[in-house]
Design a binder for this molecule. Structure first.
Ligand SMILES: Nc1ncnc2c1ncn2[C@@H]1O[C@H](COP(=O)(O)OP(=O)(O)OP(=O)(O)O)[C@@H](O)[C@H]1O
Length: 754
């Protein structure tokens, strides 16, 4: 079963005003209302019934928005009007019989400083003010007497006490006078899963009177001091251990009741503590912080629970100890505690979800060894687990649910927030416990039936693991698997999208690079073609054409000095030739109009095969590029370069159309055209007749035509023009020659191998 958490709201102190009350409980609209009910004289039974009928909710405003309320539900809530007797009867008295059945019982008071922890545990001097501890001892002795009497003395009960404090994270025996304390305090040891204090005094205590004497004496040893928030503030956590040994003729049972009065957390902005108090306060706050962390770790099913970070949490072993655990959350109703109260409410709310093993201590049998009573004890023990399915009963989900309103439901929180607007409705929705109207401990509060599986707790909406059917488990597993698969599918999809995007990017980048390389290669190939043509013209002694081709190649190799010097040399040679011709003109008589034609040196012109062209091209590359143009890539992959060049040249075949007939103005005239024109201008009939679509007759006609054209060139006034030959400079010009039309030019051009 889970830790039982009950809240107790203390009345206003003399220094506190009604106006400052902020805490409301189910039994009151205002904490002060309870005072008026104090005068009511009810019988004990009616009073207990009234206690049970209260809803167990503590409401506190949101510090940031007073219009909203936080609402916390506990196993029980006790207002300021609840007396020490009532609290004891309702919460502690029912545990005594379980204590005598071998169950350990842990009671601890938790809360901010000055909220009534010591008052609740120890109480005042008067009979009515006595707290839980003396009443517990009283109940133990009473039951002991009864047992002994009923068994005619065969059953005996021995009570022994230990009492110690944890002060500044050190353990000190309160039955020892302070002067006997060592600086380090008493060490802790693990003993069979329980934390024990070594060297602790254990005092047998046979009567309530003896207890009161020992207890009072020990309390004088406890560290208490006056602080601004509490005139008798506990500066330590005090732990009273009451060991009960019940001996019958057959067996002996030992169980322990631990009653713990924790020191309260302190807001040191308000305490105005001096240095010593501050040290204490820091230690107190640290241990309480560790406790809160332990609670959180347990409820979140974390693998590591920081018990060992504080002696208090190690000793308290919340959730580790067997038996029954009751947490009394002490609350002050006033505004000055507002934030501290919310913090305590949160911790307490989480503590409710901690499960405690409901297992009694093993008895010690007398006489010959017997088979173990519970051979499968381990199997019957429920593992420690938080009540994960536990919900506030005041949450809308916990009451009759309307599926259509599901979307409007608030998300599950450690607590609920209610605004004033919805308050009345919410209160009406709060479901009362279905349990029979008994005191909490005799009923649903402590269902201590040995070795029975824990019953469902208060709220019917709370799920117990035992209640989950196989079908439900199947459904949950299926849902979880579907969720995981859906997440995987989404991840896979996004991965594919990413890969696809990456591929596209890479592809685009590759294409860009290819285009760049191709563009460069094409341009380069064109330049090389011009160089090839130039070399051919030069080989044939056609220096003018050669010069023209070199000049066309120059833009493709702008930094090639060798090419530039070649052009310069050619220009000089041509200039020199012109000069010689000019001077000869002065000496030689002018030739007849056909004289020049006949004297034309016919040089053999060769149409290169593709392979030859490639080889020549390579030579040209080397020659034209010089060292500068020959990159490492050029040297390593000449074949690849040749292919690229050929490809580029072929592409010209397809790109050029008849519009090329008008390209005579275009300085970037294609190599194919250049080559065709150079063959025509050679006037070599044997070469011209080899052109596509040109036979011997047509070739002769073309040469004749060209010679006729020569007649038109000489300027009678200029003797230098007498020796000039007509040069066809464009395809359009070629097509105008006699016997040559556009179609013939197209055929001739297509047949030219470049
Ligand atoms: N239920 C109550 N009825 C009457 N007075 C109470 C009640 N609870 C607390 N008080 C009074 O409130 C004051 C503070 O209570 P107490 O010393 O028990 O607080 P505490 O939580 O133990 O504080 P600390 O943590 O500092 O020890 C005391 O004067 C106490 O008498």
């Amino acid at each position: 079963m889970s830790v039982r958490v009950v809240a107790r709201v203390r009345p206003l102190l003399k220094s506190e005003r009604d106006l400052d009350v902020i805490l409301r409980t189910g039994a009151s609209t205002s904490a002060t209302d309870v005072k008026s009910r104090e005068s009511l004289t009810l019988t004990d039974d009616r009073k207990l019934a009234a206690l049970r009928d209260r809803d167990n909710i503590v409401r506190i405003p949101n510090p940031k928005n007073e219009g909203e309320e936080y609402s916390f539900q506990f196993n029980a809530v006790y207002d300021a009007d609840v007396t020490q007797q009532e609290l004891f009867d309702a919460e502690v008295a029912p545990t005594i019989k379980h204590l005598f059945s071998g169950f350990d019982v842990t009671l601890f008071a938790y809360g901010v400083t000055g909220t009534g922890k010591t008052h609740t545990m120890r109480g005042g001097k008067s009979l009515a003010d006595r707290g839980v501890i003396p009443r517990l001892l009283s109940g133990i002795y009473r039951r002991s007497r009864k047992l002994e009497k009923e068994s005619n003395g065969e059953t005996t009960v021995q009570v022994s006490l230990s009492y110690y404090e944890i002060y500044n994270d050190k353990v000190f025996d309160l039955f020892e006078p302070p002067e006997k304390r060592t600086l380090a305090g008493l060490p802790l040891r693990d003993n069979g899963g329980k934390t024990v204090v070594c060297g602790l005094t254990e005092k047998p205590c046979t009567s309530l009177k003896e207890f009161e004497s020992l207890y009072d004496q020990a309390n004088t040893n406890r560290s208490t001091s006056a602080t601004k928030l509490n005139a008798h503030s506990s500066r330590s956590h005090a732990i009273l251990g009451v060991k009960i040994t019940v001996t019958t003729p057959e067996k002996t049972r030992v169980s322990t009741a631990s009653a713990i009065d924790l020191a309260g957390s302190e807001d040191n902005r308000r305490t105005e503590n001096d240095k010593e108090r501050m040290v204490e306060s820091a230690s107190i706050n640290k241990s309480l912080f560790v406790l809160a962390q332990c609670v959180e770790a347990i409820t979140k099913k974390q693998s590591r629970i920081p018990y060992r970070e504080s002696k208090m949490t190690r000793i308290l072993s919340l959730g580790q100890n067997n038996g029954l655990t009751i947490m009394i959350l002490n609350l002050a109703p006033v505004r000055s505690y507002h934030l501290d109260t919310i913090s305590s409410l949160n911790v307490a709310n989480r503590t409710r979800k901690i499960e405690v093993r409901e297992v009694e201590n093993d008895p010690i049998f007398k006489g010959p060894a017997r088979p173990a009573m519970r051979p499968s004890l381990a199997a019957t023990r429920k593992p420690l687990q938080p009540l994960t399915a536990s919900l506030h009963v005041n949450m809308p989900m916990a009451v009759t649910k309307d599926p259509s309103k599901k979307d409007n439901e608030k998300p599950l929180k450690a607590f609920n927030i209610y605004s004033d607007r919805t308050q009345s409705k919410t209160v009406a929705q709060i479901r009362k416990p279905d349990a029979p109207k008994k005191t909490s401990l005799s009923g649903e509060g402590h269902p201590i039936r040995t070795l029975k599986p824990p019953r469902p707790s208060y709220a019917p909406s709370q799920l117990n693991y035992g209640d989950i059917s196989a079908a439900r488990i199947e459904e949950m597993v299926e849902k979880k698997v579907e969720e995981i698969l859906a997440v995987r599918a989404i991840n896979e999809q996004s991965r594919h999208t990413q890969v696809h995007e990456l591929n596209e990017k890479l592809q685009r980048r590759l294409e860009q690079l290819e285009q760049r390389i191709e563009g460069t290669e094409d341009a380069r190939a064109e330049g090389l073609s011009y160089l090839l043509m130039a070399k051919q013209h030069q080989a044939r002694g056609e220096l003018t054409s050669a010069l023209r081709m070199y000049s066309l190649a120059l833009p493709h190799f702008p930094h090639n000095e060798k090419l530039a010097s070649k052009i310069a040399t050619l220009k000089e040679r041509l200039q020199g030739k012109a000069n010689i011709r000019q001077s000869m003109a002065h000496v030689s008589p002018p030739k007849g109009k056909f004289g020049s034609m006949l004297s034309l040196k016919k040089e053999p012109t060769v149409t290169l095969g593709k392979r030859q062209a490639d080889e020549l091209e390579l030579d040209m590359i080397n020659e034209a590029n010089g060292d500068e143009l020959m990159s490492e890539e050029d040297t390593m992959f000449p074949q690849a370069k040749k292919r690229a060049t050929s490809k580029a040249l072929q592409s010209h075949d397809h790109d050029e159309d008849l519009s090329a007939l008008d390209d005579h103005q275009d300085p970037a005239i294609s190599p194919r055209t250049v080559h065709l024109l150079s063959i025509i201008n050679s006037r070599d009939v044997s070469q011209i007749r080899l052109l596509k679509g040109v036979g011997a007759k047509k070739a002769e006609a073309i040469v004749d035509c060209l010679c006729e054209m020569d007649q038109t060139l000489p300027d009678p006034e200029d003797e230098s023009t007498l020796d000039q030959q007509f040069q066809v400079s464009s395809l359009a010009e070629l097509s105008t020659l006699k016997g040559v039309g556009v179609r013939t030019v197209e055929n001739m051009r297509n047949g030219v191998l470049v």
